[in-house]
Design a protein around this ligand. Structure first.
Ligand SMILES: Cc1cc2nc3c(=O)[nH]c(=O)nc-3n(C[C@H](O)[C@H](O)[C@H](O)COP(=O)(O)OP(=O)(O)OC[C@H]3O[C@@H](n4cnc5c(N)ncnc54)[C@H](O)[C@@H]3O)c2cc1C
Length: 297
């Protein structure tokens, strides 16, 4: 299994930010994956799986880890009866295409989530009232000690959370879907995508939602907007003028600039609403949000 060196994470993340990975493996089979994980174990290097990098902010200095991106068989998708079986590296777009082709519905909600089947498990990705938890039967988790299936309940999926620990690779997933006409799926997807375009920056370099929505009458984006931060810019990083919970790379943005915007947004939201926003975006490499204090009372 070839381990590539010095590949910039900016090429592997949707926001286009990030320095080099110590190593990059692109396993295409279970044997390749096991070999890559054994290499990392021997070298005592941390393993960080990556999907389409659509929820990741990677450090400008890069990451001292073996980044693993699943390809080939590990990104293939097939329908088996009413089950959709996908490699962890399969993009949601391909999963949706295969499901529609097989007359299977229930995955439409993922049409605007630009990630992979495996990344969706880690984040319990969701939209339009559904999420991975609603359709996931089980996932095959692999680390240096071997492979084991875990059910959705064992994975403890909840709002943008799973019990997956760093270094565990989701190599395959099984989704339980339901019979639905292809035309009906197409119509639902078109309506969802149109809704997205109206409210979110769909043609910019972003990493999706910056913060989780707190338990509050306002979502994180609305709070940031009410703090007057839409369009606020640090270097090449900008809080989207379309949706307050997105940071755009307007050209040459760095992770430090994105962190500066996140820090400002958290502090202003705490002052105005007494709410500490929790980040949704995952960090890769040595990145940290400075502490923001605790809400009054
Ligand atoms: C424009 C835009 C819109 C978005 N809209 C939504 C939305 O509506 N709902 C939503 O939930 N998210 C949304 N996101 C965020 C993102 O697409 C999801 O979180 C997605 O599930 C991440 O998948 P990924 O494969 O790109 O994971 P990555 O971003 O590559 O990684 C995210 C995390 O998952 C882990 N991971 C990735 N692959 C694997 C694997 N095979 N095994 C184990 N761990 C893995 C990584 O280590 C990391 O911790 C959006 C992002 C963008 C850019």
């Amino acid at each position: 299994m070839k381990i590539e060196q010095g590949v910039a994470l900016s090429q592997m993340t949707t926001v286009g930010i990030g320095g080099p990975a110590r190593g990059l493996a692109r396993p295409r089979t279970m044997a390749d994956l096991e070999e890559a994980l054994a290499w990392a174990d021997e070298q005592r290097v941390a393993v960080r799986p990556i999907g389409l990098g659509s929820n990741l902010l990677a450090a400008d200095a890069g990451v001292d880890a073996l980044v693993v991106r699943l390809e080939g068989e590990l990104a293939a998708v097939e329908a088996r009866g009413s089950m959709l079986v996908a490699g962890g590296g399969a993009s949601n777009a391909v999963c949706l295409h295969r499901a529609r082709g097989a007359g299977l519905g229930g995955f439409e909600f993922a049409c605007a989530i630009p990630g992979t089947a495996g990344g969706g498990v880690r984040m319990n990705a969701g939209a339009y009232g559904s999420d991975w938890k609603a359709i996931l039967v089980r996932a095959l988790l692999v680390d240096a000690s071997g492979a084991r299936w875990r059910t959705a309940a064992e994975l403890e999926l909840s709002y943008r959370h799973s019990a997956l620990v760093p270094g565990q690779v989701v190599a395959q997933v099984e989704f339980q879907l339901i019979a639905r006409a292809g035309a009906e799926i197409k119509e639902t997807v078109a309506a969802m995508q149109a809704r997205r375009k109206e409210t979110q920056p769909t043609n910019k370099r972003t990493f999706g939602s910056v913060f989780k929505n707190p338990d509050h009458e306002f979502g994180a984006g609305r709070m940031i907007e009410l703090c007057g931060l839409k369009g606020h810019r640090v270097g090449g990083a900008t809080i989207s003028s379309r949706h307050g919970n997105f940071i755009e790379n307007a050209g040459g943005a760095t992770a430090d600039q994105a962190i500066a915007l996140m820090t400002e947004a958290r502090s202003r939201v705490l002052d105005r609403f007494g709410v500490v926003l929790e980040r949704e975006v995952d960090f890769l490499g040595e990145l940290e949000l400075p502490p923001v204090g605790t809400p009054p009372g």
